[in-house]
Design a protein around this ligand. Sequence first.
Ligand SMILES: Cc1cc2nc3c(=O)[nH]c(=O)nc-3n(C[C@H](O)[C@H](O)[C@H](O)COP(=O)(O)OP(=O)(O)OC[C@H]3O[C@@H](n4cnc5c(N)ncnc54)[C@H](O)[C@@H]3O)c2cc1C
Ligand code: SF4
Length: 338
Amino acid sequence: MRPFSYTRAETLGDAMAALAADPTARVLAGGTNLIDLMKYDVERPAAIVDINRLPLKEIEELPDGTLRIGALVSNATLAYHPAVTERYPLLASAILAGASPQLRNAATTGGNLLQRTRCYYFYDPSTPCNKREPGSGCGAIGGVNRIHAILGASEHCIATHPSDMCVALAALAAVVEVEGPEGRRDIPFADFHRLPGDHPERDNTMRHGEIIIAIRLEGNHFAAHHSYLKLRDRLSYAFALVSVAAALDVKDGMIVDMRVALGGVAHKPWRDSLAEAEFAGQPATEETFAALADRLLAGAEGEGDNDFKIPMARKAIVRALKKAAAGTPQVQSDKQIR
Ligand SMILES: Cc1cc2nc3c(=O)[nH]c(=O)nc-3n(C[C@H](O)[C@H](O)[C@H](O)COP(=O)(O)OP(=O)(O)OC[C@H]3O[C@@H](n4cnc5c(N)ncnc54)[C@H](O)[C@@H]3O)c2cc1C
Ligand code: SF4
């Protein structure tokens, strides 16, 4: 047992002051990842700052059409909110593809963004892991790496980001609002999570002491043509081996606009907006989707056990885009999954 202090923050100022006072301090939201990591002795904070009393549980529809989601909105509340099911059904589908109903009731929007990798070595302090202990090496390179990255990895880390929700948020170009000692700032979703590079211990571009306040989503034209396809070892309660968030704006069979983000393949949700722009104006056909899949996976490399992910991702991209183009209804309820 490692001792730690517990502070229940009543205001944002209290929370920021408590975080600033200790470089190891961690925010506690739903606790579904942080507490597990503390039990595994992976996270060793000397101070826990509980933010659950802060007023960050609102979902607001702003006058300009933006949806603003408070950081403490639960994954379940968000997935079933009428504004999300009607205007951002891709997001609802992605959330409902993740975890279990009990976990989604507890897990929060902010915590989902900051959940850590599911790399087996990261969870096992008896093995080397540059993310857990910088400079110690990477057990997964040359080890068991079936769930690991095929895109954007480095010689120091081949971990993937495990979230489903974040794949949809990447496709929908969300903006993350954070507040810290230097004030409030917006981080575009594409810049929020990092590739591992030389510093795999850093998952994202937040600074110590900052707190996620909200996520913003602009209006979009993708509600009629979207698909979240998650491929995993079990139909529920399993992380993605490969997932695809696909969204299309189609007119007379031609692509007006498109978004494709991949999960389970990289240290961050993988999206290439230049490739998406190049394919706009082309027919919404299997041939176009296959060409886009080749383009998105051009730099993919396996590490041995995970080589299968490359052809799997290619097929998943094509299938998700075909479903999106056809306007295939999505699974919207956990009951339908069973
Ligand atoms: C068995 C199991 C299966 C799962 N399956 C899936 C799955 O299939 N798909 C999927 O996407 N997820 C899955 N998850 C992960 C789950 O979605 C995350 O654990 C959850 O979203 C984290 O949210 P939380 O509020 O509980 O975060 P916490 O555990 O409270 O926090 C996680 C991290 O975020 C930080 N943090 C939290 N909120 C803030 C904030 N507002 N500002 C700054 N820092 C903050 C904490 O300090 C901590 O570092 C699974 C989890 C479990 C345990
Ligand atoms: S892949 Fe990353 S998280 Fe996994 S052992 Fe290597 S350094 Fe650690």
